[in-house]
Design a protein around this ligand. Sequence first.
Ligand code: AMP
Ligand code: ZN
Length: 479
Amino acid sequence: MTAIHLHNTLTNRLEPLDPIRKGEVHMYTCGPTVYDFAHIGNFRTFVFQDVLRRFLQSRKYRVLQVMNLTDVDDRIIQKAAAAKISIREYTEKYVQAFLEDMDALHLEAPEELVRATDHIEDMVALIERLQKKGLTYNSEGSIYYSIAKFPHYGRLSKIDLAGMKTGVRVDVDQYEKENARDFALWKAPKPGEHFWETRIGPGRPGWHIECSAMAMKYLGDTLDIHTGGVDLAFPHHENEIAQSEAATGHPFVRLWLHAEHLIIDGEKMSKSLGNFYTLRDLFTKGHKPSTIRFLLLSVPYRRQLNFTSDSLKQAESSVARLRNFVSRLKAEQFPAGSSADIRKRAEKAETDFDAGLAGDLNTALALAAVFDLVRDINTAMDRGEFLQQDAPRVIAAMEKVDGILAVLAEDDDEKLAKLGFAPDKPRISPEQVEALIEERNAAKKRRDFKRSDDIRQQLADSGIIVEDTKDGSVRWKYK
Ligand code: AMP
Ligand code: ZN
């Protein structure tokens, strides 16, 4: 079997996977910030992580994966405060939605799915360790990490530290990424916002400390693998390294893996740009969970994934091709007997699929091995060269690769029904929404406000949020 090699952002090289504990891989994954639904860009990264864990399991590794749910974050705190509800109440809906989305995409549950709000004590203890080592300073009730005191700062992201000024601070969770800054480990409470009363004072944790504390609690001081999207390398992961390594004196992570972005119209799909689709948006437009999973995994994780409606169509037909192939193998009657050639062909497909993934998870190569098999076997069947006893062997090969691809099960309708997209309950189509919005605009123009309000209500009842923008245009989206 080909040895597994993965690209390590820290060294910018392909490196062999060499777990600390024999046969076991400890892996940490930065999970979603649960202030809204995750978008399919986020799921690009989560699907990559799922393919990775499934591949490691196929190589008989026991995987211990921890994923956090970032449920303490500036946006969450502010939104919960504005709605006058607790953080838990605010985030619960999005946590549930995330779990449902994971299920729809056949993402295996990580062994530990942990919330920041359940680990405040671990974060406080870690901050205390950093305080004892003299790496922090206090300012106006907040505690900052002094990055100048961590000699390896910048090693992961190769950020230019030339312009770094000692003591220049940042305490917001989202900020411009060009400059290295001291960052908040602990933030002073703001009026009206939630805080914790702790040994290091009242306040709440910064985003970066959440991941260091939770990763080391469950996985030990040194992890085999840490994953995330490329946008997290700096400053988030750089800061995780600074916090963890300064506290323990040990390397924090052996292999840092970062997924390139899913882009749309040439730009990163993101909440802040507003150019995003949630899974549910795509389901509403009639796309299937298996299509989306296939599309997200089909482009190797270190290549940008350009999301287009054509790529969705292609993914749908690829899944159909695989499913039809397996159906044919199961349903058709072939001449009696078995053929060594076909057995070897199936074996080769399995080996090539595995070797593709062993080379930094090259899903494109791995898929090519599967589609080559489909083509060759279809040809053999058409020519009468495929025999009855060959069918179980080829089916077994397809099932084996599907242990990682997870697109063969004909369960799209079932997954959709679980999310309320049952075929007997169609949601209002985008065309119907547009037509109603046009009618509402016309009603407004003729000052028939009763009618325009009624239409707005009708849209709201159908799960559509309508926003009137400042420039007079109307935007809408599914709830
Ligand atoms: P967030 O909920 O923003 O913390 O992001 C969750 C995960 O999605 C992180 O690993 C991000 O790096 C990743 N991510 C965010 N946007 C994209 C994108 N457009 N393509 C791929 N991954 C993304
Ligand atoms: Zn993280």
